[in-house]
Design a protein around this ligand. Structure first.
Ligand code: ADP
Ligand code: MG
Length: 922
């Protein structure tokens, strides 16, 4: 393996945060690597300082000199990665910037921060990004703000702070500014950061989709080989720029002169396809880097998908790609297509090229990609760009989404996803894009979430697929379960306006299919509304007396083009429905094509906002009149299929119509108090962590403003009596025992106890229930209220998952729960409550007692805030929370929390660092 950092692996300290190595896209399309500093970075730092002008060496520890003393270097490179932390920025393996913080005064959550960027690298935005990374890291360590000292005339550094949009408070003292700012970004700062990310990423993948020149390394004379088929497709599509075949073994491929290596190509090359066997790949990639190629399509297979040696090779290739600032698609992919007439790029080796259109598509699987292109051409789905991303070592779905976001040729985005590299980022980006353009996805396979320890209610509820569902739901992604459904929804979305509502008018020439359609629509929650007398009369005027006009409109079998035309005009004009669902069952061969033409013309002429779909019930399929691209009305062979596609479109439209949610920040939370509880517990547990004690759990919950039932721990019967008297009224006794996960299962809980004697008896009973009693919790009895569960479990890929459900101890049995990926917006909290069917009980269903829903919503959001602030929290189970009558609030009566240390090689699932692609240590 190449070792660009120059450090032997054994020099990596134990606490080294390997999960925080990232390649970061810069606004000029280039990239740098950020990684936590290593003890071996001394030379790099020395070099950095030597390359800095006197003006730039402004920080106190970088004084005005061009060399650092050995002790100073040692101090700067030997850190604990918690109280003292530094990231270096590397370009071409060389240290070009360093950013560090020092948390000196342990009493305050403020750390001193300093930053140095090599002069010739200034102006690329490195300083701003480095500062943001450092801030994210500090936030994860519980450091609330940064303090920096800047010379008043150091405009470059002042710009860095300003660009980072940190809200600064400053103090000018003898020409030195002291700026202090929170490590957590402001909302405005986050938006600016996302905008920068989008621009940088879209810029970096532009040469992939819009190359001006292409080389094919491994272009082959053999028309059956992949290299032969690929080259043929590229030539046949009429690419707008030069195509250079590279092949040392043949002088000419398809009448085009070849070059022995890419370095022999006379002109510049934007995009290189690589189709040579895996063992030649590394050399080819190095040559591409030397040639100044900007994008690579790595078709070759035999990498991480096959073996660990393959994975190592993939890493090496990636390293060259990243160091040279190229972007790479694949390896193990089937290429890409851009149908834009100005580009005409058919860079895949499949047999079919789809029609031009407004649908962009990405497939993780290559073989499936070929099938997808085949379907797309047969179903007349027009493609703007298609790309198969294979192992997605570099370019992944998130990059593509940001490219398509502003692509004027793309209106609908299709994704075939097998695995997520960075779900948190996907959620953020998809959520933004889905508000403008629909994203339709099929997710196959299962997540690794099953590896999670399921020791709590929440843990055992989080089955394999819920995270994916939650992710798509929150991001507004339309999830389909089959490929057929993916295409059905896509034809609808790419050709028709979004349905304005759930009301559907059905027009048919056959009664049976009409009834089937109504059943299908209504079972999906759509509304086949009865028409008003006026509308019925209008329809009636065009039809025979035996037709029915209430909806469905059954024109009966004799209906021909004239009836269809007249009724469609009436329905498309009506404000009683949002969608016109036309069913046509060809009754006579002569009438078929004229009727199809009438339906098509009605659709073309319609300039309102009605959605139109057709069920064309014929084994032959719809005739040309309706199947041609110009028809623009999706037609389906069966009404059920049409109804399913329609309901997906309706749900998506409803998602978009709702206001975007916001993550609520609570002014009254005491983060420091909670963090110090966790810190002292971790001191007791060591690295593996453990369950907090009841008193600790209470304190953490209280710090986040969650109401608890009053309680205290009693060591003896006498103490229990005293506590009960202090609480007043009926109490509950619960044994505290490490062996009893669910106390009531073993008889460790006695409810509704009143009177000294009863308290003593209950004490004896619960203590006797377990072998290892450590005391008894005496708690206020909360008689009234619905029992709900609020929980969190950490998924290794998706990060924290939050869950809500009703049913107390029966919650697993009933399984009626809602999952969301952290963090919750106010909208997520509302959705979770309305998604759980049994939550209707909280509305006072059928005369039952209503519950305090606003207090419940508030509790969900407070739990989310708690999860945000305590990355050490692995599992949380509030079960039950009693939701009392409206105005009376909630009471947590049972809570458990598990924590573990987050130092060392911990992957930050909870932090999403824009424009940063995770990298591995070289
Ligand atoms: P565990 O979950 O370990 O069995 P809990 O503390 O949740 O123990 O108690 C079991 C059940 O007893 C709860 O689900 C709830 O129905 C009831 N319960 C517990 N504490 C209270 C309380 N303070 N007031 C009213 N009911 C309670
Ligand atoms: Mg419980």
């Amino acid at each position: 393996m190449t070792d660009t950092g120059g450090e032997p692996p054994q020099s990596v300290p134990e606490a080294y945060p390997q999960g925080w190595i990232f390649d970061v896209a810069l606004r000029d399309g280039g990239s740098v690597r950020f990684r936590p500093i290593l003890p071996t970075d001394g030379d790099g730092l020395q070099y950095l300082v030597s390359k800095m002008s006197v003006d730039s060496v402004y920080f106190r520890f970088f004084r005005v000199k061009h060399e650092l003393e050995p002790e100073e270097l040692h101090r700067l490179t030997h850190l604990d990665y918690a109280e003292r932390m530094a990231f270096v920025a590397l370009a071409d393996g060389e240290v070009v910037a360093v950013g560090r913080y020092d948390h000196k005064e342990s009493g305050t959550p403020v750390a001193e921060v300093a930053l140095a960027v090599m002069d010739e690298q200034q102006g690329r935005g490195i300083g701003t990004l480095l500062l943001q990374h450092l801030a994210r890291y500090a936030d994860a360590q519980g450091i609330v703000s940064f303090r920096a000292h800047v010379l008043a005339d150091n405009y470059a550094m002042i710009r860095v702070f300003r660009d980072a949009r940190f809200v600064m408070e400053h103090d000018l003292d003898e020409g030195v500014y002291t700026v202090e700012f929170p490590t957590r970004l402001s909302a405005e700062g986050r938006l600016a950061e996302e905008e920068r990310e989008k621009v940088a990423v879209a810029e970096s993948v532009l040469p992939v989709f819009h190359p001006t020149s292409i080389a094919v390394i491994g272009a082959s004379r053999n028309p059956l080989s992949i290299g032969g088929r690929l080259f043929k497709n590229l030539m046949a599509a009429g690419f707008s720029g030069p195509i250079y075949p590279v092949n040392p073994g043949a002088a000419v491929v398809r009448s085009v002169k070849t070059y022995p290596t890419i370095l022999d190509v006379p002109g510049p090359v934007d995009l290189a396809f690589i189709v040579v066997p895996a063992r030649f790949v590394l050399d080819a990639v190095r040559q591409c880097a030397e040639k100044g190629v900007k994008g690579l399509i790595m078709i070759t297979a035999g990498f991480s998908e096959t073996s660990s040696e393959g994975a190592a090779l993939e890493n090496e290739v990636l390293e060259v790609v990243r160091q040279s600032g190229m972007r790479m698609v694949g390896p193990n992919c089937m290429g890409l297509i851009n149908t834009d007439p100005a580009i005409r790029l058919d860079g895949q080796f499949g047999p079919r090229r789809p029609p031009t259109g407004n649908v962009a598509m990405s497939s993780q699987s290559g073989a499936l990609g070929i099938a997808i292109l085949d379907y797309a051409s047969r179903l007349n789905i027009g493609i703007s760009t298609f790309i198969s991303i294979g192992n997605k070592a570099d370019v992944g779905v998130n990059d593509l989404l940001m490219y398509w976001e502003d692509d004027p040729h793309t209106d609908v985005i299709l994704l075939y996803v097998e695995s997520f590299g960075h779900p948190r980022r996907f959620a953020r980006i998809a959520r933004r894009i889905a508000r403008q353009k629909p994203i339709v996805a099929v997710k196959s396979g299962r997540t690794a979430a099953g590896a999670r320890a399921a020791s709590s209610h929440t843990g055992s509820l989080a089955s394999l697929d819920v995270a994916v569902d939650a992710l798509f739901h929150q991001a507004g992604v339309i999830r389909t379960t089959t490929l057929a459904e993916l295409f059905d929804v896509t034809t609808l979305l790419s050709n028709q306006p979004l349905p304005a509502g759930r009301r559907v008018g059905v027009l048919t020439n056959a009664g049976g299919p009409g009834i089937l359609a109504v059943d299908a629509l209504e079972s999906q929650g759509l509304e086949v509304v009865e028409f008003s007398p006026g509308l019925q009369a209008e329809l009636r005027s065009h039809l025979t007396p035996d037709a029915s006009v209430r909806n469905p409109v059954d024109m009966i079998a004799s209906a021909g083009p004239d009836q269809y035309r007249a009724c469609l005009d009436v329905l498309l004009d009506s404000d009683e429905i949002d969608t016109v669902f036309t069913i046509f069952t060809p009754a006579s061969p002569e009438g078929e094509r004229p009727t199809a033409a009438v339906i098509r013309d009605a659709g073309v002429a319609h300039d309102g906002d009605k959605t139109m779909i057709i069920a064309y019930m014929s084994a032959e399929g719809a005739p040309e009149e309706l199947s041609a691209a110009e028809a623009r009305i999706p037609n389906f062979p069966f009404p059920e299929q049409a109804a399913r596609a329609l309901v997906k479109a309706v749900e998506y439209a409803e998602w978009r119509a709702q206001p975007e949610g916001t993550v609520i920040e609570f002014g009254d939370v005491e983060k420091e108090r909670a963090r110090s509880v966790v810190a002292s517990a971790l001191g007791r547990f060591g690295l593996d962590g453990g369950w907090l004690e009841p008193g600790e759990v209470d304190e953490v919950l209280r710090a986040y403003g969650l109401s608890l039932a009053r309680s205290a721990v009693a060591a003896s019967e006498g103490e229990a009596v005293a506590v009960a008297a202090d609480i007043g009224g009926p109490v509950v006794l619960k044994v505290i025992s490490p062996s009893a996960l669910h106390k009531s299962d073993v008889g460790g809980v006695v409810l509704d106890v009143e009177g000294d004697r009863a308290v003593r008896e209950a004490f004896q009973a619960v203590v006797a229930a377990v072998p290892d009693p450590e005391g008894v919790l005496v708690q206020e009895f909360v008689g009234e209220g619905h029992e709900v569960l609020i929980g969190m479990t950490e998924d290794p890929v998706f990060g924290p998952l939050l869950v809500f459900g009703l049913g107390g101890v029966f919650v697993e049995l009933i399984g009626d729960v809602a999952f969301r990926i952290h963090p919750l917006t106010d909208r997520d909290a509302n959705d979770m409550i309305s998604e759980v069917r049994s939550a209707k009980l909280l509305e006072g269903y059928r005369g039952g007692d209503p519950g305090d829903i606003p207090a419940l919503r508030d509790a969900l959001l407070r739990v989310s805030a708690l999860v945000e602030d305590l990355p050490e929290l692995m599992e949380l189970d509030l079960n039950p929370v009693k939701v009392r009558s409206p105005g009376a609030g909630i009471r947590v009566v049972d809570a458990r929390m598990r924590v573990r240390a987050v130092a060392g090689p911990w992957v930050p699932t909870r932090w999403d660092l824009p424009a940063a692609r995770p990298a591995r240590m070289a």
